[in-house]
Design a protein. Structure first.
Length: 344
């Protein structure tokens, strides 16, 4: 695959401390290919398998163990391999000599390398990383969490978005639905707009506060990386009272007005379903299909990186195929019309 078209996959480097210099040279090669290697240089020999390492592996698109006669003797290298296997993270070992025990790696393909690394950069340039991370669909397999209630759904959205922000890894907000998270107020929870928005389905103060966190943290991501939205707010929303729809359109319009130029893309859909899909960067996806007046329930939260990338591809394909696209100013004008003359 040409370097210019290569997605910047996160690659966790697993290695023995004695191979630190070798790992550093391999990391420099990966950076030249615009990939994003990750490792923890603060660990010393004998350091336990920490939560920090587990978190880094779980966030990786690719797990790359550096297999040398030294590293295959280290217990924590085997622990990292076992953990990555359990999470179904794609493997790409770099093997030196005969350091590829069948019992450890099974039938996984490895790139063979010499200790002087001659030819390794060329081998990596030729390697199909997309095929490794996003192979042709077979039986679906992903780490997911099912959340039962609207409150739990909002908690997961906030937790995942805040976690990414804390890492400094802001991501584009992709959302499909009637009007989405940006119809949630950003004002204090005792403001009258909350009651107007909720209509005959009032929320608790705790849930309002959590929803406001959802709106605000997603807006932070959107301001940094942009928003791509598939919406059908021009149509009546099933299960939402007419006056509530008007107030939600108003809140969303005000959000658009406050966003910087060229940060929001909108495609209009004319489907009447109530599915809500939220994808944050390439970090997670929340797929919600059951709606009631109290919110979405029985939602599926995906945090498996290859699965999230596949969801992004599907979303962008649908977005690009929809014929009606709006920029911010066009969307504001349409919303003003709908606010003045709500559809029946």
């Amino acid at each position: 695959m040409p370097e210019s078209n290569l997605y910047p996959y996160r690659i966790f480097i697993s290695y023995a401390r004695d191979d630190d210099e070798l790992a550093t040279r391999i990391i420099e090669i990966l950076k030249k290919l615009s990939l994003k290697p990750m490792r923890d240089r603060d660990l010393t020999a004998g350091t336990p398998f920490t939560s920090k390492i587990r978190e880094m592996i779980s966030r990786a698109h690719i797990f790359m163990p550096i297999l040398t006669p030294t590293s295959v003797q280290r217990a924590w290298v085997h622990q990292e391999i076992g953990y990555a296997t359990a999470l179904n993270i794609p493997f790409l070992p770099i093997a030196f000599g005969n350091a590829l025990p069948n019992a450890m790696m099974g039938d996984i393909h490895a790139i063979q390398a010499d200790f002087d690394l001659s030819g390794l950069e060329e081998s990596l340039r030729k390697f199909d990383f997309d095929q490794l991370v996003l192979p042709p669909p077979t039986k679906p397999f992903a780490n997911i969490e099912i959340v039962e209630t609207p409150f739990e759904r909002t908690q997961m959205i906030v937790k995942g978005a805040q976690w990414a922000a804390d890492l400094g890894e802001y991501g584009m907000v992709r959302q499909q639905g009637w009007i989405g998270s940006f119809s949630i107020p950003s004002v204090t929870i005792d403001d009258p707009i909350w009651t107007k928005r909720e209509g005959n389905s009032p929320r608790s103060t705790e849930y309002r506060a959590l929803q406001r966190e959802e709106r605000n943290i997603l807006e932070r991501h959107g301001r940094m990386r942009g928003c791509r939205l598939i919406l059908n707010f021009q149509m009546p929303a099933r299960g939402v009272y007419k006056d509530s729809q008007t107030h939600r359109r108003t809140i969303f319009r005000d959000f658009l007005i406050g966003m910087p130029d060229n940060t929001v893309e909108i495609a209009l859909s004319y489907r009447l379903d109530v599915e809500n899909l939220l994808i944050l960067g390439d970090h997670y996806c929340m797929d919600s299909r059951i709606y009631s007046t109290s919110g979405y329930s029985h939602a599926a939260f995906f945090a498996h990186p290859p699965t999230v990338l596949r969801k992004i591809q599907q979303f962008d394909r649908i977005f690009n195929e929809l014929p009606t696209k709006l920029n911010r100013d066009e969307a504001v004008r349409l919303l003003n019309q709908l606010i003045d003359h709500p559809p029946e």
